[in-house]
Every structure is written in C-alpha cells, then in structure tokens.
Design a protein around this ligand. Structure first.
Ligand code: OOB
Length: 589
C-alpha cells in the first residue's frame, strides 16, 4: 500500500462502489507498471518512444525504467514518498514517471510553466522528499529554481537534474539523473527493490486547474487511472499501429491519459514527444515519424491550421486531431477536416476524472457542435439548477458527475505540511474546504461547468460558474492571483477577471487599487503625489514575475483604478469590471 500512514490523505470511493466497479471489470487487478511490462513481454522490439535523439523499443524502455528505479531507490526514495516531477516533454519524463511507479513512490506532476510559487506549494503540501527537474528548457534555468526552493523546504532531501547539474546544482549537491541509471549487474541484494505497487495504491497526484487560492492535488490510483485509459481507448482510434504525438505538455491529463501517451503505451503504439508545440517542430515530426494522432488546445490548433496552409511538410499520415481543454468554436471545428485532411475529435475532460469524446463516426453536426459524451457507460452525469434539482434535457445547468475514475476528494495535506490550517485546503473541515464544497453529499463532483445534455446523449459546454479563467486551456484561479497581488505592500486591493480574446478564448485583466501611502522605494515607491512615480501596470507584472508565479498566470492587462464597483454587501462586481473594461476598450484606451 502507498504508505498506510498517509492513506487517509487520499479520499477513497465508498466500499460498495469500489466493489461494484471491480465486479463490472472497470477496476482490475492491474497497475500502470504492467502497461510497460506487458507490452515489452508481448512485442519488445516495437518502437515505444521517440523523443529528441532518443529512440527506444518497448524492451529498451522497460530496461531503462528498471535501471532508473534501482538508482532512485539507492538515493533513498521509498514507497509512498511524494516526488515532484518538473520535466518538459522528453524521454526523462517518461522514464522517471514509470521508475517512480515501480518504487511505489507518488509522482506529483508539475507543468513546465510552473515557477517558484507553485513548486513551493506542491512540495510543501505533499512533504515531497525529492524534486526532479530539467537543467534548462526554453531559456529557463530549473536548477536555479531548485536551489531557491530547496533552501526553504526541510523535507526535500534530493534534487535530481535531468541534464547537467551545472555550477549552482553542483554546489548544492544535486544528483544527475543520468548517473542514477543502474546497469545490469550494478544492483546488489543488500538493497532490493520493494514489491511492486498494487492496483488500489495511489500512483500519482495530478493538478487541479483550481478556482480557489491553493492549487488542489488530485490523487489517482492505478485502478481508476487504468479504467480512464481503457475506457478512453474504446472511444479513440489508437491501436498498435498508431503513432501518437505528445505536443502539449504531457504531464497534463489531456495528452497524458485521454488516451494520450499512457493510452498509446497501453495500446502498444509509438509515442513521439515534441519538446515544443510550434508548427515547424510538430509538422517535421508528423512527417518523419508518420504520426497518426495528436492533441491540441484550441489556440494551438489554430496556429497549426494557419501554418498548414503553406507548409512543405507531408502531413498526410495524420488521421485524427483531438481538440480540448477549452471551448473549440464551431468555426475552428469545421476547419479541421478540410484544412488538415484529418478527423476532429473534441475532448472535454478534467483532471478530477470525467472525460468526454466525440466519436469518429458521429454525424458531422455532433463533432463540430458538441463536446461528445462520457467515455464510460459507468460515468454518471447530472445537470442541475442552482438549487441542485435536475433540469430537463436540453436545458443548460450545472454539470455534476460521478464514476469509476472521477475522484471523491482532493489530497489532504497533513498537519504541519504547508497550507494546513488554511480553510481553503482540502481536509481542513472548514465550510470552504473543497472536499465539502466541490462534491455533493452523494459523491458527485461539481465540475463548475455549465452544460446542456442533448437528447442524443451528447454534452455541449455552454459556460462556467466556477471562478476560473481558461486562457487557451491553461486554467487560472483569479483568487490565487489576487492573493499574490494583495501581498504587495503598494497594493490596496485587486480583482482579476477574464476578458474575451479571439486567439486564446480568454485573457486576464487585473484591476488594481494602489495604496494611498506606499511603503518604500523597493516595495513599490514612496508616497503618491510626492513626485515619485506611482505604481504602474509594468511594476505590477514585474512584481508577479519576480514573486515566482507561472507565466500564464501573469495578467495580460493591468488597469490601475481608484475604486471597484461593488454589489450588495460589498462584494466586488466582476461583471461590472468586465463591462468597464469593454467600454474602455471601445473608447480606445
Ligand atoms: C482539461 O483538464 P483541466 O483539469 O485542466 O480543466 C478542466 C476544465 C473543465 O472543467 C472545463 O471548464 C474546461 O477545463 N474544459 C473545456 C473543454 N475541456 C476542458 N471547456 C470547453 N470545452 C472543452 N473541450 O482541460 C482536460 C483534461 C482531460 C482531457 C481534456 C481536457
């Protein structure tokens, strides 16, 4: 078991549901480790992974995973330990993930865009013993970040660098991931690997998009994650002849298990990883590896379509383009077929569980106008009104869901790990505890999405009630950004809202009321009106960046204002803020 002492931190399905899912064969006595070992045993010489200069068959990949598991074990990583993995698309990500699984350690999958703020939270809340990072990626030095965060995290015993530890890393005693791969014969009986995990163990923690201050972590067990993979494979065209291209950051649930790279491995297909999703890199890989299926968020798909018109690359192998993560407008949906000569598959999912797909043989209208239907017949869907009562089919309402791979609760940080005591932390028991507010009493997850369930069984997402901004598929909690802004001594109040955007769907705008008297030059400038420059939009974004917030969360627009419109009991009216913004844009400000 993934550490009996921490078991209760992973809320579980009620026993009668678990029994029923097992009886129906939805949960099986299999682990994610078996995905690789079964494939390697069945057809070890097939190409499993292409990433950068690396090409590995299933046999070679399985051997590298075993070698790395032994090395990670030697550093002291044990069953049930949490390990924050912060790696871009590449072979190191895949090998590290499977090696941690083998040890029964629980990977916490950070996205490459995350920065100090997020990493400190993930490590702090989980009490992570190790942090595994790239050296540099897209100009960002992850070793410097690791050096910075490790100083404040006493539980963190190891930083492991995929690549060169470099000068900073060297002086901090960072490990080089490449040195940890055991070669045959290296292992000794003195330190044998633990028994492999079992199906009910927690395999990893996914990240919630988040709508409140503290990002929430989503425990996924081997059996429920495998259920999502198997059911997804039923709805998606992936088999042993397929070549799946991971262009989005593959640590995200969409390219990871929908059916994503894990689905591709499960099917015995080839996984190709793009280190960046730009059309030149992606198109070159589609051509050279004869990619058959890939996935994109809407803005990325738009950029691919724009570039496809004049590309010299042969994209004819591409059969399916999955689009999801954010609303795929009907214009974009209609363009995929004619412009890429591929079939569109809309994917509407969430890290908490539920994944919906349009099916390839659906009528054209369903494919362009809906987000499809759940991949499992065991997924339960409820559309309800504000009072929680079911609405008639065809009427928009709150989407609630329950099922064999939708969690029943978020990870609960132990007392003493950062964040405990905060009423927005799962397990705090307070009225704002997400494990109370995000789930109904009978275990349905409140997705925060507004949807219509059509009589044909397909869902159309029509809006959102959760306080979340969806910036081209990247989710931002206004609450979190406002919290960081309020920590600035020169800021009196802040409100972050979404503004419509043609390319991204939504962008963020922060309205900021500066303090009348500011604290000092380094904290935002002296008193206003005494000749010193007042707090400007640039100062605000620079501050957030220096504060270590992920780049996609930095507001695209900052408006310095004197007051906010308020409603009722003094709550800020985000609607009026959005309206004010629209008016000022019309006035050309
Ligand atoms: C995926 O997962 P998350 O956890 O980053 O975000 C989930 C939220 C949904 O609740 C919904 O608000 C939005 O993202 N969303 C969509 C959508 N797909 C996701 N909104 C409209 N249309 C869509 N097709 O984003 C995710 C996880 C697995 C598979 C696909 C996406």
């Amino acid at each position: 078991m993934a550490g009996t002492t921490t078991r209760s931190r992973y809320p579980d399905w009620p026993e009668d549901y678990a029994r029923s899912y097992r009886a129906q064969g939805l949960w099986r006595d299999e682990t994610l480790c078996d995905v690789l070992s079964t494939r390697a045993a069945a057809h070890g010489d097939r190409l499993a992974l292409v990433a950068g200069g690396t090409r590995l068959t299933y046999d070679e990949l399985a051997a590298r995973v075993d070698g790395l598991a032994a090395g990670l074990h030697r550093t002291g990583i044990r069953r049930g330990d949490h390990v924050v993995v912060h790696l871009p698309n590449g072979a190191a990500f895949v090998e590290t993930f499977f090696a941690l699984l083998r040890l029964g350690a629980v990977a916490v999958l950070a996205l490459p865009a995350h920065r100090r703020t997020e990493i400190v939270q993930f490590c702090g809340h989980t009490g992570a013993v190790a942090y595994i990072v790239a050296d540099k990626h897209l100009g960002f030095d992850y070793r410097a970040l690791a050096a910075e965060v490790s100083a404040d995290l006493p539980a963190l015993r190891h930083v492991i660098v995929a690549g060169e530890p470099g000068e900073v890393g060297g002086s901090h005693g960072f490990h080089r991931l490449g040195d940890l791969y055991d070669r045959p014969g290296d292992s000794t009986d003195a330190d044998p690997l633990p028994e492999p995990p079992v199906a009910s163990d927690v395999a990893l923690l996914q990240l919630s998009g988040g709508s409140t201050g503290v990002p929430k972590l989503i425990p996924r067990r081997h059996e429920d994650y495998l259920c999502a993979i198997r059911e997804s494979l039923d709805a998606c065209p992936l088999d042993a002849r397929s070549v799946f291209l991971g262009a989005l950051p593959v640590a995200h649930n969409f390219p990871f298990v929908s059916p994503g790279i894990l689905g591709a491995f499960h099917a015995g297909a080839t996984v190709v990883l793009a280190h960046v999703p730009s059309p030149d890199v992606v198109f070159a890989l589609i051509e050279s590896e004869r990619v058959t299926i890939t996935s994109a968020v809407p803005p990325l798909a738009l950029s691919w379509l724009a570039a496809a018109a004049s590309t010299r690359h042969d994209l004819s192998s591409l059969e399916v383009l999955q689009i999801g993560g954010a609303a795929c407008g009907t214009d974009l949906a209609r363009r995929v077929g004619p412009e890429l000569d591929a079939t569109l598959q809309q994917v509407f999912g969430m890290a908490e569980g539920l994944i919906n797909y349009t099916r390839l043989d659906d009528p054209h209208e369903v494919i362009v106008a809906t987000q499809g239907r759940p991949c499992s017949a065991a997924d339960e869907i409820r559309i309800v009104d504000d009072a929680g009562d079911p609405v008639p089919d065809g009427t928009p309402g709150h989407l609630l869901t329950r099922g064999p791979y939708t969690i029943r609760g978020y990870f609960e940080p132990a007392h003493g790990d950062g964040g405990a005591g905060d009423p927005s932390v799962p397990g705090s028991g307070s009225p704002t505890d997400p494990n109370r507010t995000a789930f109904t009493d009978d275990g349905f997850y409140r997705t925060g999405d507004l949807a219509v369930l059509r009589p044909d069984g397909n869902l159309a997402v029509v809006g959102r009630i959760k306080e979340q901004i969806n910036r081209g598929g990247e989710k931002i909690s206004p609450d979190e950004v406002e919290g960081r802004l309020l920590a600035h001594p020169g800021i009196h109040d802040a409100a972050v809202v979404a503004v419509p955007d043609d390319a991204l769907g939504e962008r963020t705008c922060a309205f900021v009321i500066p303090r009348r008297t500011q604290a000092g030059p380094e904290q935002g400038g002296p008193e206003r009106g005494d000749g010193a420059p007042p707090l400007g939009p640039r100062d605000v974004t620079r501050y957030l960046r220096r504060d270590g917030l992920a780049a996609y969360k930095i507001p695209d627009l900052v408006k310095i204002v004197d007051e906010f419109p308020v409603i009722g009991i003094g709550k800020i009216s985000r609607v009026q803020l959005r309206r004010a913004l629209a008016e000022s844009r019309c006035a050309g400000e």
